[in-house]
Design a protein around this ligand. Structure first.
Ligand code: SF4
Ligand code: SF4
Length: 266
C-alpha cells in the first residue's frame, strides 16, 4: 500500500497530474498567488496499481512525501546536517582529469600522447571555470565553462577541426563588458556544415548545434577583453567524431595540434 506522509506533503498536486492511474485525489483547490495548492491530497487505494514510480523515481514527489507502508521512509542525514550539499560542486581545475581521461580510454593513447595534449592545452589563453557530466554529478549532462583571456594572435593554427556530437549542444559566447554586453571583445572564426561555411563571431550570442551537425573549425583569432565560453551538451557525457577529411590536406599535415582531437564514444 502506498501512503502520503502528511507531515511532509506540501499539497502541490503534482501527483494528481502525473500518476498514471489517477490514484491521487485532491480536495479544496486554491491558489497562493498563481500557484495551485490543495487543502488535502490522498491516495485512493482502489485505483493504485502499485506501479511504484511515485516512490522509486527521485523527486517524483518533490517533497519526498510518498512511501510504501512496508518500507517506512528513513531519513538519512550526513553528519553536517545538510541533505543537499552534494548538488553544489566546486570545481578544481588542478585535479580535473578530463583532458587525460577521454584520451587514455582511447586504445591508441599512450603516456607520451597524453603529455602532448596537456602541453598544447597549457599554452592556450583559457582559464577553466568548471566541467560537469554524468560521472561527476549523476543525472547531469555535459557542460564546460571557461574564460578566454586576451591574446593577439589565433589560439590554434587550424583550430578545433570539423566534428559532430551525438547530442545537440548550445554554445554560449558571452562578452563581459557590462556597459556593452552585446560586444564580445573577441573574434572567433567558426565554420558550419559540411561546406565549412565560414562565420566571424564578434558579438555575444548562443549557437545551436543539432545532433550530428558538422561544425568547426572553431578558431579564436583575437581577444581584447576576457569572454566566457559555455558549452551545454544535451547528453550525459562528451561525444565527438572528427571530420579532418574536410580540411585542406596541407593544413592537416602542418598542424600537429589536430592530433589532440580523438573520436570519443564512437
Ligand atoms: S506531489 Fe508530493 S507533496 Fe505534492 S501533493 Fe503529491 S504527495 Fe503531496
Ligand atoms: S504506485 Fe503508481 S499507481 Fe500507485 S499512487 Fe504511485 S504512481 Fe500512482
Amino acid at each position: 500500500m502506498y501512503r502520503i506522509d502528511e507531515n511532509k506533503c506540501v499539497k502541490c498536486g503534482l501527483c494528481i497530474m502525473e500518476c498514471p492511474s489517477n490514484a491521487f485525489v485532491g480536495e479544496g483547490q486554491y491558489n497562493v498567488r498563481h500557484s495551485v495548492v490543495y487543502q488535502s491530497v490522498r491516495i485512493d487505494p482502489s485505483r493504485c496499481t502499485e506501479c511504484g514510480i511515485c516512490v522509486d523515481t527521485p523527486f517524483w514527489c518533490p517533497a519526498g512525501a510518498i512511501y510504501r507502508d512496508d518500507e517506512p521512509p528513513r531519513e538519512v542525514r550526513p553528519a553536517d546536517g545538510s541533505k543537499y550539499s552534494e548538488y553544489i560542486y566546486h570545481y578544481d581545475a588542478e585535479k580535473d582529469t578530463y583532458f587525460q581521461k577521454p584520451f587514455s580510454e582511447h586504445a591508441g593513447a599512450d603516456a607520451a600522447f597524453i603529455e602532448r595534449v596537456r602541453e598544447h592545452v597549457s599554452h592556450y589563453p583559457w582559464k577553466w571555470v568548471t566541467r560537469l557530466d554524468n560521472e561527476v554529478m549523476p543525472g547531469s549532462q555535459f557542460y564546460i565553462i571557461r574564460w578566454t583571456l586576451p591574446h593577439d594572435k589565433p589560439v590554434q593554427d587550424v583550430g578545433h577541426p570539423p566534428h559532430i556530437h551525438k547530442d545537440a549542444e548550445l554554445l554560449f559566447v558571452i562578452g563581459t563588458d557590462p556597459e556593452n554586453p552585446d560586444e564580445l571583445g573577441a573574434e572567433i572564426e567558426f565554420c558550419l556544415g559540411p561546406e565549412l561555411e565560414k562565420h566571424i563571431i564578434n558579438k555575444t550570442c548562443v549557437i545551436y548545434i543539432p545532433p550530428r551537425f558538422i561544425h568547426g573549425p572553431w578558431r579564436e583569432l583575437k581577444t581584447t577583453k576576457p569572454w566566457l565560453f559555455i558549452e551545454v551538451n544535451q547528453g550525459p557525457h562528451h561525444t565527438e567524431k572528427t571530420y579532418n577529411q574536410l580540411l585542406p590536406k596541407e593544413a592537416v599535415e602542418r598542424d600537429e595540434a589536430l592530433d589532440i582531437f580523438i573520436d570519443k564514444w564512437y
